[in-house]
Design a binder for this molecule. Structure first.
Ligand code: NDP
Length: 407
């Protein structure tokens, strides 16, 4: 069907490339481009020889002109941005300059402040509309599948959705004292920020990891879950009409949190630049350099993830509850594509989002979040491409009231 340019060659990109190659009827030609071209070449070497033709290129995606040149040289139908959130705007600019559709998995973040907001990317809506191009934002798992799950519930289960609790559990064990499952800098910036959730039109703020509950997850069992801010809360609060409250919860082990606390207390998680041996560095960059590369966790990680949405609302005037979730096994992911489940659960939806933009099912001019589209083809594709979903109409529920202050 067409050509995709994949920017980034890390943990998530590796899964995207594997899945595009499996889906060669759609992805006839791909170019893997990243800052370190040897990582792109290693992926090509592993996967070359099938129906999908693979190219590689070196690119600094902070530089719009470089991305424009690469797009012009390769001529893709879509760019799949699985580099870092800092590159979102430069890559979107390059797509506009060359007339190519855009897909990513994480919202833009300014490097100097840990701010998770869609405002910068939503500001491109008119430009993409005028250019007749589709920008699909946040087509990973969370954000991504969580938005598709919500749109599916809205379409097939509810007349009105009132409450959503997104629960992201990772019961995987990699055997290290401390490691993050995806890019450590992005991961730690997210966790050490204040918690926030949306209630009755207002944001309610908590101290970082202040609110803890225990939730009994299917196929995983009871886990401590902590309230975090997560970027899909912003788009879902805007897009789901009649919503009263939406929260996001993530599991952390005590061991993980103890290590994180120590690192935070000694200043290692800070993004404030400091002078070190005559050079300005952000402590978190140094920390990233000494932590295990998330891509190396694959062969060591055992156990499962479970990510899903617990939803309450009305159907035909009656109160109703619904839970839709995916369980993913780290070892099965590794056996299939050589990556652990966190990269897998992000890379598969990125490929699916790009496929739906390419085949026209999810194509409309503008800048969109996943819940803006018909969830049906995405839900079908999840079952087909390795992330089957399950549902319950009688799930365990979380307490709706938290004693926290409004912003
Ligand atoms: P990695 O750190 O493993 O990979 C990032 C890749 O981007 C690396 O190959 C890196 O190159 C490349 N890169 C960084 N800066 C540039 C640049 N300026 N130009 C070109 N390439 C660059 O990250 P992950 O694969 O774990 O994460 C990828 C994305 O997925 C992130 O945006 C992350 O936030 C998102 N994500 C989304 C999730 C979701 O569910 N929605 C879940 C997990 C992640 P180099 O090798 O040179 O460093």
């Amino acid at each position: 069907m067409g050509k995709a340019l994949i920017i980034g060659a890390g943990g998530v990109a590796s899964v995207v490339v594997h899945k595009c190659v499996q889906n060669s009827d759609v992805f006839e030609e791909i170019c893997i481009a990243s800052r370190t071209v040897s990582k792109c070449d290693a992926l090509k070497e592993k996967l070359d020889g099938g129906k999908t033709k693979i190219h590689t290129a070196q690119v600094d995606a902070d530089n719009t002109e470089e991305v424009i040149e690469l797009i012009k040289a390769f001529g893709p139908d879509v760019v799949i941005n699985v580099a870092l959130p800092y590159q979102d705007l430069t890559i979107m600019d390059a797509c506009l300059a060359t007339g190519v559709h855009y897909v990513d998995t994480a919202n833009y973040e300014p490097p100097e402040t840990a701010k998770f907001e869609y405002k910068w990317q939503w500001a491109y809506k008119e430009k993409f509309e005028k250019a007749g191009l589709t920008a699909l934002l946040g087509s990973g798992f969370d954000p991504g599948v969580t938005g598709v799950f919500t749109a599916h519930a809205q379409k097939h289960e509810f007349d009105e959705i009132h409450y959503i609790d997104i629960v992201d559990a990772n019961a995987g064990d990699h055997g290290y004292h401390f490691a993050t499952n995806f890019n450590p800098e992005i991961n730690i910036r997210e966790i050490t920020a204040n918690g926030r959730y949306w209630k009755e039109g207002k944001w309610v703020e908590t101290a970082p990891l202040e609110k803890k509950e225990v939730y009994n997850l299917p196929e995983i069992g009871p886990k401590d879950i902590y309230l975090l801010y997560h970027e899909e809360l912003e788009s879902l609060a805007k897009n789901i009409k009649g919503l009263k409250q939406i929260r996001f919860w993530m599991t952390f082990s005590e061991k993980y949190l103890t290590h994180l606390k120590v690192l935070e207390n000694v200043g290692m998680t800070s993004i404030e630049p400091i002078e070190f041996e005559g050079q300005m560095i952000q402590p978190i960059h140094f920390l990233k350099a000494v932590l295990p590369d998330p891509a190396s966790l694959g062969p060591r990680t055992k156990g499962k993830t479970n990510i899903g949405c617990i939803i309450r609302g009305l159907k035909d005037g009656q109160e109703k509850t619904y839970y839709v979730y995916n369980v993913c096994d780290h070892e099965e992911c590794y056996n299939e594509v050589g990556s652990q489940a966190i990269s897998y659960t992000t890379g598969v939806p990125a490929m699916i989002g790009a496929m739906l933009v390419m085949n026209g099912e999810w194509r409309k001019p503008g800048v969109w979040n996943v819940e803006d589209f018909n969830p049906d083809p995405f839900m079908d594709a999840l079952n087909k491409w390795g992330l089957p979903w399950q549902e319950s109409h009688n799930p365990e529920l979380l307490d709706l009231d938290l004693d926290a202050k409004e912003l």
